[in-house]
Design a protein around this ligand. Structure first.
Ligand SMILES: Nc1ncnc2c1ncn2[C@@H]1O[C@H](COP(=O)(O)OP(=O)(O)OP(=O)(O)O)[C@@H](O)[C@H]1O
Ligand SMILES: [Mg+2]
Length: 247
């Protein structure tokens, strides 16, 4: 079996007359942490939206483990294992982390919403939620209101909710947005140690984080993938330096 988990072939996206990218060839290897970088407006978030099925491409295909999922709905892609971070929306903000994780696990396991079931029948999910919150250092906050948590913990909870679904591919679009440099590094340190082995694509602007935590990096610029390589290769790539790194 191929070591490529997620692949795009000839992937193109336009909004009306605005061509965002054209003919993207991208491959995510099993188990790697892969950063997608590029200037503002390069199409990174659009790429994530097309891969996760929130947007339909104007041309090209998306494959998961060799299966064409281009026409698969966003919902069914989540079931197939293409998971992106949940934004903590107003519903989750008024729940506790424990409740939110329980909902995610119940959906994953195809059992009814926790509020509709006797608590006893959710024992496996409760134990797993407890273990997950412990693992990510959120045990002490398990029963606090999510909206009352420090912002850094809210962003971490977003990752935990996605990770709880046991994704084949986890996509994180600027998971550290809004955090200080230090908090961002802390979040990525946790990601790197606690989700190691999970195939992950992340979008990130902080190059210190990118070069430290990505095993491979792809540069999206001018509507195509300018280069893909190890952090060292990207750092010393002439075209990338000129087009993006600015030196
Ligand atoms: N729904 C939309 N309708 C029309 N144009 C859009 C839409 N979403 C994005 N765009 C445009 O597509 C281009 C790519 O946007 P995108 O958000 O994917 O860039 P990005 O690389 O994620 O940028 P950033 O680093 O600022 O997050 C931009 O020119 C943007 O204005
Ligand atoms: Mg973006």
């Amino acid at each position: 079996m191929s070591d490529v988990v997620l692949q795009t072939r000839g992937l193109s996206m336009a909004f009306g007359g605005l061509k965002v990218f054209n003919g993207l060839e991208f491959a995510l290897q099993r188990g790697e942490r892969h950063a997608v970088i590029g200037p503002n407006g390069a199409g990174k978030s659009t790429f994530v939206a097309v891969v996760t099925g929130l947007l339909s491409p104007t041309a090209g295909k998306v494959f998961l483990d060799g299966r064409d999922v281009t026409r698969t709905s966003a919902r069914d892609r989540v079931k197939a294992g293409i998971v992106r971070t949940f934004q903590i929306n107003t519903l989750f903000a008024s729940l506790t982390p424990l409740e939110s994780v329980l909902i995610a696990l119940s959906q994953r396991d195809g059992v009814a919403r926790p509020s509709l079931r006797p608590l006893k029948s959710l024992k496996p999910q409760i134990e797993e939620a407890d273990a997950l919150l412990h693992k990510f250092g959120l045990a002490d906050d398990a029963t606090a209101l999510t909206q009352a948590l420090p912002y850094g913990k809210q962003r971490l909870l977003e990752v935990v909710l996605a990770f709880a679904l046991r994704p084949r591919v986890l996509l994180l679009d600027e998971p550290a947005a809004g955090l200080s440099t230090h908090q961002g590094q802390e979040l990525f340190e946790q990601l790197a140690t606690l989700t190691d082995g999970t195939t992950m694509l992340f979008v990130e602007h902080d190059m210190n984080i990118v070069f430290r935590y990505a095993q491979r990096v792809s540069v999206l610029a001018g509507g195509s993938v300018l280069a893909t390589g190890t952090p060292e290769e990207i750092r010393s790539h002439d075209g990338v330096k000129g087009a993006y790194l600015g030196h």
